[in-house]
Design a binder for this molecule. Structure first.
Ligand SMILES: *[C@@H]1O[C@H](CO)[C@@H](O)[C@H](O)[C@H]1NC(C)=O
Ligand SMILES: *[C@@H]1O[C@H](CO)[C@@H](O)[C@H](O)[C@H]1NC(C)=O
Ligand SMILES: *[C@@H]1O[C@H](CO)[C@@H](O)[C@H](O)[C@H]1NC(C)=O
Length: 348
């Protein structure tokens, strides 16, 4: 069979996503700041702004020999056992007068139930076949923060979808990163929400916990979209849980062309001042002990307690309460005169 045919078959079986067993849970905002322990360890005021969720041992530098599950005293994600960190760029709206403000993030709804987060993202861990959980010290990066060419990105892995309803519970379309989903951020006043999906590689070389570019120790399999990743290449034979970040950017208050720039610049950009081609996600594993392996082996699903794997979910008030003070302090709320890039952010 051709790869395309295999992918189509896999996509067909993945259609009924509600029946598929996978973790799907919300994470609230831990901190919004210019740090990046993976790409720029030790640096404060990194080149662009991130929104970070997960365990509160997140730091400017994170030694892979330290265990986030032991160092963290709380997590902004709903599973108590998950002290991993997850971060992405932040989406900004650029107004006609040239000032910028962050686009609010909300949890998603849809057929698998509503997820509530306070300015964070929703996470998926999708097993397929024999799935090997990440080990302590594992990290990886999906996407490239400097890429300006949408053609260099597979829309089956990193994509955006326009939601014409401001209600996050109105399920739009099919599987993530399929159909008319685009690599670029849509700029259409009909969009009331923009859903961003970042699907990570699910195949591992089985040896390296990280690599110099944080990418070459992992690879995408033959599948496309959120189907578990498909068959792995011989160079990266170990199937990992497929991680997917889902961000709902609520652009409702900006969905009016009269507010948009008239100089030809785009209304929505990520914090590198580049559009969807530069969308990226960072991951630092930090589940307690072998809890993630047990979760994958025991069919733990959605956002529910899973006694077989010892998983417990917190209330949204509990995970919302896990926050961190900015370590690179600057203004990130309200209207900003400049996007926080090289210089400190300046309030408009
Ligand atoms: C973050 O790192 C600094 C040193 O760089 C250290 O003093 C601090 O305790 C660390 N915070 C956490 C939560 O590990
Ligand atoms: C710029 O435009 C935004 C959106 O229309 C508005 O809220 C803000 O007050 C304006 N800022 C300045 C400095 O004019
Ligand atoms: C999105 O923003 C609009 C305008 O502020 C608000 O009415 C709506 O409730 C928000 N949607 C969600 C799901 O929070």
């Amino acid at each position: 069979m051709q790869w395309a045919t295999l992918a189509a078959v896999a996509a067909f079986f993945a259609q009924d996503a509600a029946a598929q067993q996978m973790l799907r849970f919300p994470c609230s905002q831990l901190v919004v700041e210019r740090t990046d322990p993976l790409v720029n360890p030790g640096m404060k005021y990194t080149p662009h702004l991130h929104q970070i969720v997960g365990g509160n041992s997140f730091n400017v530098t994170m030694d892979p020999n330290d265990d986030p599950a032991k160092k963290s005293t709380c997590t902004s994600c709903s599973y108590t056992q998950d002290k991993s960190n997850y971060w992405t760029a932040v989406m900004f709206f650029k107004a006609k007068n040239g000032t910028y403000t962050r686009v609010p993030q909300v949890g998603n709804g849809g057929p698998q139930g509503k997820l509530i987060n306070k300015g964070g993202l929703d996470l998926y861990y999708i097993p397929s076949g024999k799935t090997t959980a990440f080990k302590k010290g594992f990290r990886m990066l999906a996407g490239s923060a400097s890429n300006t060419d949408p053609k260099k990105v597979s829309s089956g892995n990193i994509c955006h979808r326009c939601w014409t309803s401001p209600n996050e519970g109105t399920f739009v379309g099919a599987q993530p990163c399929s159909g008319t989903d685009t690599v670029d951020i849509p700029s259409d006043p009909k969009c009331k929400m923009i859903r961003q999906t970042i699907i990570f590689p699910a195949c591992w070389d089985g040896v390296n916990l990280d690599s110099p570019n944080h990418q070459s120790h992992v690879a995408y399999g033959q599948g496309a979209g959120a189907n578990g990743g498909g068959a792995c290449p011989s160079t990266h034979p170990v199937k990992l849980p497929q991680i997917m970040y889902e961000l709902m950017w609520n652009v409702t208050t900006f969905a009016d062309k009269n507010l948009w720039p008239t100089d030809g610049s785009k209304p929505f950009v990520y914090s590198m001042n580049i559009g969807g081609s530069a969308a990226h996600g960072d991951y630092v594993f930090g589940w307690e002990g072998d809890s993630l392996q047990k979760a994958m082996d025991n069919g733990c699903t959605l956002n529910q307690n899973c006694p077989k794997a010892g998983l417990t979910v917190q209330s949204n008030a509990q995970y919302d309460a896990c926050t961190k003070k900015q370590q690179a302090p600057e203004e990130v709320d309200g209207w900003l005169k400049e996007m926080p890039l090289g210089e400190m952010a300046i309030k408009a």
